[in-house]
Ligand binder design. Sequence first.
Ligand code: NOJ
Length: 536
Amino acid sequence: MTEPHQNYLWWQEGIIYQIYPRSFQDSNGDGIGDIPGISTRLDYVQSLGVTTIWLSPIFPSPMADFGYDISDYQDVSPLFGSLADFDVLLTEVHSRGMKLILDLVPNHTSSQHPWFLESRSSRDNPKRDWYIWQDGRPDGSPPNNWLSVFGGSGWEWDEPTQQYYYHGFLKEQPDLNWRNPVVQEAMFTAIRFWLDKGVDGFRVDVIWHLIKDNQLRDNPVNPDYEPHMATYDQLVPVYSTDQPEVHDLIRQMRQLVDTYEERLLIGEIYLPVQQLMAYYGVDGNEVHLPFNFQLLLLPWEAPQIATAIAEYERALPVNGWPNWVLGNHDRPRIASRVGTEQARVAALLLLTLRGTPTLYYGDEIGMRDVAIPFDEVQDPQGLNMPEKNLSRDPERTPMQWNSQPNAGFTEGKPWLRLARDFARQNVDQQQADPYSMLALYKRLIDLRQQEPSLKAGDYLPVYSDAQLIAYIRHIKNAPRFLIVLNLSHHPAYFTLTDHALKGIVEVATLPEWEGSFISETISLGGDEGILVRLTT
Ligand code: NOJ
């Protein structure tokens, strides 16, 4: 069994809170959230008990993909403020004992980045080889069949220089050629710039896309494609992503990060568990945390979730630290996906599993996806494939702070409309309500941070069936906890086969449970979950 006095690193003990800067807090009335706005909300973030803030991109950008198209890696977009504003934020975060990590987007730049402007200026420009340029096939068609994640071909024809360039996302986001060592060095310079400033690490965007097959072979057809899926899913991206050479690059990145004290590298990786594990590296020499997105992707059914947890735990390499993500800016919000009541169960699950939890701003107050009328859609993924309902705007709407106009987010016109019911669903209102989602999150976070078993203890599955998941978290010489979750909307019954187990409910989705004595059979209503402090 795990020993309690083992030393854990800050990111192992911590809880990550993702802020989407456009939507957190506007300070200058332009309707777009900014860095000074975030600084004014740090008391709130700290009051949640989370320990680490991850900021989605804040760098200069034409905003074709809302900051994931960067035109300068070593500055801050004027929309979000200045480098000086950033320094203030970083100091404020650190003075509160919290950490700040940034989004690093090394796979592609903006098509307006000076590197790309030079690269496309002529075939013999010294930066030509910084991007992936290729002749067309003899009939003039693109070099291969690779598709863009955002729809259509991944290749864009450049008339003046008579070649195609590759873009895994928008044509405004040309992919860098990471086989070129000069490119690697340029990105490493940007990494150093922020680490020198004192940022605590990076979440690395689409890290598994970084390097492509050097023969640019066609991707095979996906036999499981269905018409409702994104067009990108018509092929299996075996040659355009997850190439063996990517691991060499990540090792280099990690070596660089390791020259600074205790910095964190997280990889954004959407891959099946076995492939995901490779990104921890041999002896942990790649990313510290390859994001584990299973809770975002799996159907919300007890058998699937229980199996996924078990498989993930089993697949982890020795010393590989687990992590769990419940929401992000690319996926429908948890409260919309599973319902507001069940989202409370999801919170209990996220904050009692073994491994670093990542939560997405607003989920702690149960924010739901907001329907954005067609003529207000902003997300390129939504605009490019209108018939597929893939816009990510609904999960990116402004934070609901209070019942003032625009929920206290801005004094101007918000860049995306707010939820209609924000006057009833907001931070202020939930802070005053001991039964709120916010109150539940705070209690769970607080307990997790206090109890060694919850923070770092082993995960012991106890039971699962069509409705329920039950597990114990325990560490040597510390109180143990039993967690029983009903992932269905109907009553469910759980009998402790180990009759020696007894305890008191400490936190529950339905607070009326709290303080109840537990032994033998537990009758849980639909959408209920309990966390029991075991007394025997
Ligand atoms: C993943 C990011 O999370 C997403 O928002 C973005 O559109 C793509 N990478 C492209 O950078």
